[in-house]
Write a protein that binds this ligand. Sequence first.
Ligand code: G1P
Length: 287
Amino acid sequence: MKIVFPVAGVGTRFLPATKEVPKEILPVIDRPLIQYAVEEAVASGLSDFVFITAPGKEALERYFAPNRPLDAFLRRQGKEKLLDDVRRFYRKRFAYIRQEQALGFGHAIALAEKAVGGRPFAIALPDDLILADKPVLAQMLAVHRKYKAPVLAFMKVPRAEAPRYGIGAGPFLEERVFSLEKLVEKPAPGKAPSNFAVIGRYIMTPDIFPLLQRARRGAGGEIQLTDAVVELMKRRRVLGYFFEGRRFDAGTTLGYVETLLHVALLRRDTRDFTRRLLRSLARDEKP
Ligand code: G1P
């Protein structure tokens, strides 16, 4: 199964850093944000990647491509561990498709039709960094195999935050799995059908493509995947899945700070330092 990463966004929230560096390359400690999503995919058994990029984001393509001079330098220095780290993606398959106009998430996915080749495929939004014992994509693939249906990842959010997400609702088929009956992209305050929010992981089926071609501009004036999924729901069963794991919104500045701190608290080489640092900062804080 292929996986599509829509990575064409301008990264306005992280300007000026994102003037030259794609936001997906911003590091969470020592690896770029995009690498967490790619590693999640690899750990879920996926190794065929389709990136929907935009002009000016060539650094993303270079990031996964071989850098022979760097390899040679690390080899001369005897830095085998670092060499393994930079070489780990060389053998995977990467394809890059340019989204020339910023017409939205749904439009980006529509561009992947040929690359996906008429088979079910996964989508991951790298801004949603999810830490889980079993990778979320692997959890969703299991649900997809069982029900042979498209699957969208969900988590509960505070009602006040519903306007930032796709919001869905429907009856449960089993613990964590529900049949989507309602779905709305970025509902107006007070108009959300629930507090179940779509998080950026999807297992889609190719019958989404003709619906994306037909989709009109929706929330934010953009072509939205959510609107095509609403059409898909009229034709077949579409599932929502409450994943196990913790999601961080690395696409906002505050979420990015939270992500950094959490990853630092989890990593063995940074954990003790970060704990001490946070404790001493908390002591210094005047109420
Ligand atoms: C996208 C989707 C939205 C989903 C969100 C999750 O929105 O359109 O349905 O809830 O990702 O992160 P975006 O964050 O790109 O505005």
